[in-house]
Design a protein around this ligand. Structure first.
Ligand code: NDP
Ligand code: HSE
Length: 453
């Protein structure tokens, strides 16, 4: 059956309108021209024709805010300004890209833009993990978009899939490697057998680790991303303060070697899970820590500075997102995707879906969270040791999965792997083990994730 002539001609007219956009430019301000901002500016300028066709109107760069205006940035110097507030307030700026980093003045500038009805694209996970509520409310009140795909896992599309593609499904778990610096360090330790300090120094030399690597190695960066992921996955507002956080600075070459002996590797994981309380009510657990991951798990093969996020949803099953989680160009790709979306919304009128926090699920304390432990001990090698150790696990209602003993001298090495139990019960067991005369030292305690038990 052929379509009626009038319908064909109206489709043709729409197509013509799409490829020949009306000459109503959409003004863009880019705040920051560092690693990410310089790539955003480059793409805006180099791909202007394609971007115009994709949006329906020209995207015009009105200005770029920087601190040091004297530095040669390879663009028309007239575009540069240090007066970031005045740039945001300009009448011909419709969209603001915030890639300054930090809390202030980024927060204040984003609010100023949103309150003026200007849509905002940001990569600022540290800010979002604290202030999404305030920013999202301003976006909602002024019918503007607040997009932040780049804030989690750089180039990898994971924010939009959680917010839109899975909006009709029930997400039960998100588990990811969301920090490239720590993944680079742990992968290098695994590959070379080198110690943490040497590998961190190498990561610094290669430009992966920053001069002050605290935010990465102590898990703050991953915790901010976990808060954003959990908010989206569970329709609940989660901030960094809700995230249990442990970093990788205490991981030793011996931990990595033990992991290998158990066919595992060590990864800094961000875990966002739906868990039940004792009455069967839904709660969520959001946590970041280094964990053993079986080599058979898809996250185990994510090496170097790459990121990956696995989402488990009731109907969709397991989905995996993988790619470059950092770097100027990959992060700019995500920023540009958001910018095109926000510009299309401006062009056609309206705004995209904002955050959804209707579920308001309580956050479970870490102690109540079911995890598995891998406990490494030095023990006296004599009769009764194994049963004394096992008794401490039993007292705390922690079921043992495997026990491995190595060495038959005065001191043996004992590795106990548990089944899932409440984290508080596991921690109490370790405390009790440390008090036993027959346990010379508890040399390491790592969690084990990514198993079905
Ligand atoms: P940079 O430090 O490289 O760049 C920051 C830019 O902002 C610089 O151009 C700086 O100016 C400018 N700037 C900072 N403060 C002000 C201010 N008060 N007024 C005017 N200009 C200012 O940061 P990145 O590009 O690496 O990161 C930007 C954002 O993107 C951060 O939120 C970060 O967390 C996020 N992000 C970064 C990723 C990455 O791989 N780098 C990955 C994912 C997210 P000047 O050049 O003059 O110093
Ligand atoms: N420092 C971060 C990382 C940058 O190493 O992953 C990307 O957010």
């Amino acid at each position: 059956m052929t379509a009626p002539e009038s319908s064909v001609s109206s489709e043709a007219a729409e197509a013509a309108a799409f490829v020949s956009p009306v000459d109503k430019p959409i003004g863009v301000a880019v705040l920051g021209m560092g690693n990410v901002g310089s790539e955003v500016v480059r793409i805006l300028l180099d791909h202007a024709t394609d971007l115009t066709a994709r949006v329906g109107a020209p995207l015009v760069l009105r200005g770029v805010a920087v601190r040091d205006i004297g530095k040669d940035r390879g663009i028309d110097p007239d575009l540069l300004t240090t007066d970031v507030r005045a740039l945001v307030a300009r009448d011909d700026v419709d969209l603001v890209v915030e890639v300054l980093g930090g809390i202030e003045p980024a927060r204040e500038l984003i609010l100023a833009a949103l309150n003026a009805g200007k849509s905002v694209v940001t990569a600022n996970k540290a800010l979002l993990a604290e202030y999404t509520g305030e920013l999202a409310d301003a976006a909602e009140s002024h019918r503007a978009d607040l997009y932040f795909e780049a804030a989690v896992a750089g180039a990898i599309p994971v924010v939009r899939p959680l917010m839109q593609s899975l909006a009709g499904d029930r997400v039960n778990r998100v588990i990811g490697i969301v920090n490239g610096t720590t993944n680079f360090i742990l992968s290098a330790m695994d590959e070379t057998g080198a110690d943490y300090a040497d590998t961190l120094a190498e990561a610094g030399r290669l430009g992966y680790a920053e001069a002050d690597p605290t935010a990465d190695v102590e898990g703050f960066d991953a915790a901010a991303k976990a808060a954003i992921l959990a908010s989206l996955a569970f329709h609940t507002r989660v901030t960094s303060a809700d995230v249990h956080r442990e970093g990788i600075s205490s991981i030793t070459a011996a931990d990595i070697a033990t992991a290998r002996a158990f066919d595992c590797t060590v990864k800094l994981l961000a875990l966002c899970e739906r868990v039940s309380d004792d009455d069967g009510n839904d709660r969520i657990s959001v946590r970041v820590y280094p964990s053993l991951v079986p080599l058979s798990h898809p996250l185990a093969s994510v090496s170097g500075a790459f990121n990956a996020v696995v989402v488990e949803a009731e109907a969709a099953g397991r989905l995996m997102f993988y790619g470059q989680g950092a770097g100027g160009a990959p992060t700019a790709s995500a920023v540009m995707g958001d910018l095109v979306m926000a510009a299309r919304n401006k062009f056609y009128g309206g705004r995209g879906p904002g955050e959804s926090t209707y579920a308001k699920l309580p956050v479970a304390p870490m102690g109540d969270t079911p995890t598995r432990y891998h406990v490494n001990m030095q023990v006296a090698d004599r009769a009764g040791v194994l049963s004394a150790v096992a008794a401490e696990f039993a007292k705390n209602d922690v079921s043992i999965s495997t026990v491995r003993q190595e060495g038959a001298s005065k001191h043996a090495r004992l590795v106990v792997v548990t089944h899932r139990a409440k984290d508080s019960a596991l921690a109490a067991t370790v405390d009790a083990l440390k008090e036993l005369d027959i346990v010379t030292a508890v040399t390491s305690v790592l969690r084990l994730e990514g198993t079905s038990e």
